[in-house]
Write a protein that binds this ligand. Structure first.
Ligand SMILES: Nc1ncnc2c1ncn2[C@@H]1O[C@H](COP(=O)(O)OP(=O)(O)OP(=O)(O)O)[C@@H](O)[C@H]1O
Ligand SMILES: [Mg+2]
Length: 573
């Protein structure tokens, strides 16, 4: 019988290997940038066209390559960074596998020009789909320039999955700005379709790099952290609890200068802020960990994005301790507790509500969601005689409506109210917009600025007046009236969400979607105390809603229980 198993041809093997290393243009940029940094460059510049789909050019002034090394560099498993198995366990460079250049070359047209500092001439290597076509001597400045054209030209399946140029460049800018944070001494310049989108000159301090990436406004709300321990040095910046964010997008960790994603580090950070920021919010952090290379394994992820710590628990606890100490020494912990006194009169627990609260808790599994939905469909209540009883868990309002007992999710209901209001005004007169007395200047990360530019029109449609001021700065002149302007955080959260959302999707975000986001941001949150008056005002809106039973995301706003259901539960019937 013929063999079922065959040995794959080299061409297929290299494309499979390339698939692991090169997922999108940003992966190419990441690898070429790491090579430039490993070559001790002091300047790295990037010229990108069409989100990197047409062209990626990375030039550095590092130590360059000799003619023979430049040819070898395109061969799989050829590296100058490790020599033996032992070296694999004490890596201090960003690269170590000898896979990046051959993988990139396998799926593109590549040109590499390089000259060693003390050499009189340089070399140019041209390759197509990984095959070297030409090697020649050339006059060029010291350093290396790698030019990639038509990425994925020979792997159409990958090409199809690429997103719009603006999404791809946003990913690229994230890669560049992240490395800029850990290499302040290196100057970076990123140009896309002829426009400079990030430029950070060489600076002796990471703080200046943080300003270059995040802008001055955010940087002034960061605390500097420094912590030494025989096993681990930690330096960096953490956000004051007052500037927490809705996602983890602003948490960056470097382990020995390598940007990594690590559950352990995310967790340690979250734990350190326990009780200081509301649930569901995330602190900002840019932390640089220095650890003996033998104590980590960097060879655990195809894109080198993760590390494994030999002493996980110790690292977790030290990071947590470092952050906690920093917050305490900045006197933020006591200050914060004082800053958030409980409004005694408005805790929302009225005597009647407290009584009810107890039995709600004990008999909670009453109607299933399905039953509740069926119930809704049977007949819509008028909500005319609705009376507030109280608030429980600072999240749910309890109310009575004739012969029904209602449990209302305060956030979901408020979100629905704002959503319908905005949709209605959008369709009739247009969303009312509120001009700001003093326009707000927003300095954004390049990644966010790019997505914001993409979505300026949708934002305009719903009452934002935003001006692109250049250099990743925007001026906000007006916002939809429902947004509390004094709360800049809401704006930052909204922009974060818009930028995350547009990185995920191929299309521009519609104004309907933005209305949904605005409603969510502007609505009262779970965990907020509501006064009786506020609760009553909220419930009064029930009767005006077109669809009072679910929030714009489809979660229920209210759970209803008939008096007769309760009677049955208590065996009265
Ligand atoms: N910009 C550069 N300047 C100087 N040398 C370079 C540069 N880029 C690549 N090289 C040389 O080419 C070799 C191969 O590069 P490649 O990126 O393929 O592998 P690596 O960096 O060793 O490992 P990894 O696959 O993990 O990135 C490097 O080891 C380095 O010696
Ligand atoms: Mg490399």
């Amino acid at each position: 019988m013929a063999n079922k198993i065959i040995v794959l041809e080299e061409d297929i093997v290299s494309k499979i290997a390339a698939g692991e290393v090169v997922e999108r243009p940003a992966s190419v940029v990441k690898e070429l940038l790491e090579n430039a940094l490993d070559a001790q460059s002091s300047q790295v510049s990037f010229e990108i066209k069409d989100g990197g789909k047409r062209l990626i050019k990375v030039s550095d002034d590092g130590w360059g390559m000799s003619s023979s090394d430049a040819k070898l560099a395109l061969l799989r498993h050829s590296t100058s960074k490790i020599k033996s198995l032992g070296d694999l366990f004490s890596i201090s460079t960003l690269g170590f596998r000898g896979e990046a250049l051959p993988s990139i070359a396998a799926v593109s047209y590549l040109e590499l020009v390089s000259r060693e500092k003390d050499s009189l001439e340089g070399v140019k290597v041209k390759a197509e789909g990984g095959k070297i076509l030409e090697v020649k001597k050339i006059g060029c400045p010291p350093g290396t320039e790698v030019l990639i054209r038509d990425l994925f030209y020979n792997t159409p399946a990958r090409l199809k999955y690429l997103k719009t140029a603006s999404t791809e460049i946003a990913h690229i800018s994230k890669v560049v700005t992240t490395q800029a944070l850990s290499h302040p001494q290196v100057s970076f310049k990123l140009v896309h379709n002829g426009m400079t989108i990030f430029n950070s000159p060489s600076t002796p301090t990471p703080y200046q790099a943080v300003i270059d990436v995040y802008g001055k406004d955010l940087a002034k709300d960061l605390l500097e952290l420094e912590f030494t321990h025989p096993s681990l040095d930690i330096k960096g910046f953490i956000g004051k609890p007052s500037i927490s964010r809705a996602s983890r997008a602003h948490q960056t960790f470097f382990v020995n200068s390598r940007p990594v994603r690590s559950k352990i580090l995310f967790h340690a950070l979250g734990e350190a802020y326990q009780g200081l920021i509301p649930g569901g919010r995330h602190p900002l952090a840019i932390l640089y960990l220095k650890i003996r290379p033998e104590l980590i394994d960097v060879n655990v992820h195809p894109a080198k994005l993760e590390v494994r710590f030999l002493r996980e628990k110790e690292v977790h606890n030290l990071v947590q301790e470092a952050i906690r100490k920093c917050l305490t020494s900045a006197q933020l912990i006591p200050e914060l507790r004082l800053k958030e006194p409980l409004p005694q009169k408005e805790v929302g627990s009225y005597p009647r509500a407290e009584r009810k609260y107890q039995f709600v808790q004990e008999t909670s599994p009453t109607l299933s969601l399905r039953e509740v939905r069926e119930e809704y469909q049977r007949g819509r209540p008028s909500f005319e005689e609705i009376a507030v009883l109280g608030q429980v868990f600072q999240t749910y309002l309890l109310a009575e409506d004739r012969d029904e007992f209602l449990i209302i999710d305060q956030h979901a209901l408020h979100e629905r109210i704002i959503f319908e209001e905005l949709m209605k005004t959008k369709k009739s007169s247009g969303v009312p917009s509120q001009s700001l007395l003093i326009p707000l200047t927003l300095q954004l990360e390049p990644k966010q600025a790019l997505s914001l530019k993409e979505n300026l029109n949708s934002l305009k449609e719903i009452g934002f007046v935003l001006e692109d001021f250049g250099g990743n700065t925007f001026i906000i002149r007006a916002v939809p009236s429902v947004l509390k302007v004094e709360n800049e955080q809401i704006l930052f959260d909204l922009i974060d969400e818009i930028s995350e959302e547009s990185l995920q999707s191929k299309e521009r975000i519609t104004w309907e979607k933005i209305i949904q986001m605005v409603a969510c941001k502007a609505a009262v949150k779970a965990g907020e105390n509501l006064s009786r008056r506020e609760a009553e005002a909220l419930l009064k809106e029930f009767q005006n809603l077109e669809n009072p039973f679910s929030c714009p995301h489809g979660r229920p706003t209210v759970i209803r229980m008939k008096k007769s259901d309760l009677e049955r539960q208590f065996g009265r019937r």
